[in-house]
Design a protein around this ligand. Structure first.
Ligand code: DON
Length: 304
């Protein structure tokens, strides 16, 4: 790894703080609405075992939709390709919580990263099990990936979203009406809101993302063909209707969350986590996206 990475990260941190447009924090989850937008942290875990960071990289944040990469990895491990009978693999070109597309396509969500798709993935993970057991498996996967037991679910965030998650309830009930939900909407959504409410720092998230780097230097949690496919889905669907723009600007597979986190993978090289809670119009971190674009350019990181 080039020795100037620490300097690049601290310069990025300074650059991000010198501009006052931080975007808007997600307000539809009341527990997240009060978070100060002017925070920024970045961490890079490399295939050769180093961890570099700058800014607020030790502040825990709600990973929200970034969890969907971990839950998809666990679900594919349990159900294999059967999962694709229930959910597609195409970019949606629509907001992450779109209702209209789900109806037009008769209850088969476009991909596993939009909310409807992640609800189906969660429903699949619940097969024959209680929410507690399912959540235990997801959290343990994340802890093992990060080599860190100090990763937890924030109950207040989960309950706050459950009390206000009307769009997700609409999606789940529509899925149920088409036969693409096996459990009661309350049960599947309760589990979904809880795994979205996992908290990590940027340093923990960068560590947890290493299972997607695909390097012989790292412990293997899933097989290389599946790692490549998860990365393909992150590139094409990881930023919803902002996925094309992110691929154009950054050129790396990545997954965002409304907590302001982004996990990006440099295949064979590194896992990068960035966090800044203010969002752009697609619901993805404003400063996080800018920082990823600058870092990728300065490091010459791109899959293209
Ligand atoms: O279901 C929701 O709306 C949230 N728990 C997660 C959405 C999310 O993170 C979208 N990402 N940018």
């Amino acid at each position: 790894m080039p020795s100037h990475l620490p300097e690049i990260l601290s310069q990025l941190n300074a650059d991000m703080r010198s501009d006052s447009d931080w975007g808007e924090v997600a307000a539809y989850i009341p527990e997240l609405a009060g978070i100060a937008p002017d925070q920024f942290g970045i961490a890079v875990a490399t295939a050769d075992g180093q961890l570099y960071s700058a800014g607020d990289a030790e502040t825990p944040f709600s990973v929200q939709s970034v969890t969907k990469v971990f839950t998809l990895a666990v679900a594919l491990g349990r159900s294999g390709d059967q999962l694709w009978k229930r959910v597609g693999r195409e970019p949606s070109g629509r907001a992450f919580n779109s209702i209209v597309q789900l109806e037009a396509e008769e209850g088969r969500p476009r991909n596993p990263f939009i909310n409807a798709g992640a609800i189906v993935v969660t429903d699949e993970l619940l097969a024959g099990r209680a929410p507690r057991e399912t959540l235990g498996e997801i959290v343990q996967f994340v802890r093992t990936a990060a080599e860190d037991e100090d990763i937890h679910i924030n109950q207040r965030v989960a309950e706050s979203e459950n009390a206000h998650g009307h769009r997700n309830y609409a999606l789940a009930h529509f899925l149920a009406s088409t036969g693409n939900l096996k459990n009661a909407p309350e049960k599947t959504l309760g589990t979904y809101f809880h795994h979205c409410a996992i908290e990590m720092t940027a340093r923990q998230l960068a560590m947890a993302g290493r299972f997607l780097i695909d390097s012989p230097q790292l412990p293997r949690m899933i097989m290389p063909p599946r790692i490549r496919r998860l990365n393909a889905l992150m590139l094409t669907c990881g930023h919803y209707d902002g996925s094309g723009d992110f691929a154009y600007r950054v050129g790396l597979p990545a997954k965002s969350g409304v907590g302001g986190g982004i996990l990006a993978i440099v295949p064979g090289v590194a896992s990068v986590a960035v966090w800044s809670p203010g969002l752009n119009r697609y619901g993805n971190s404003l400063k996080g996206t800018e920082a990823m674009a600058l870092l990728a350019r300065q490091m010459g990181w791109s899959i293209f």
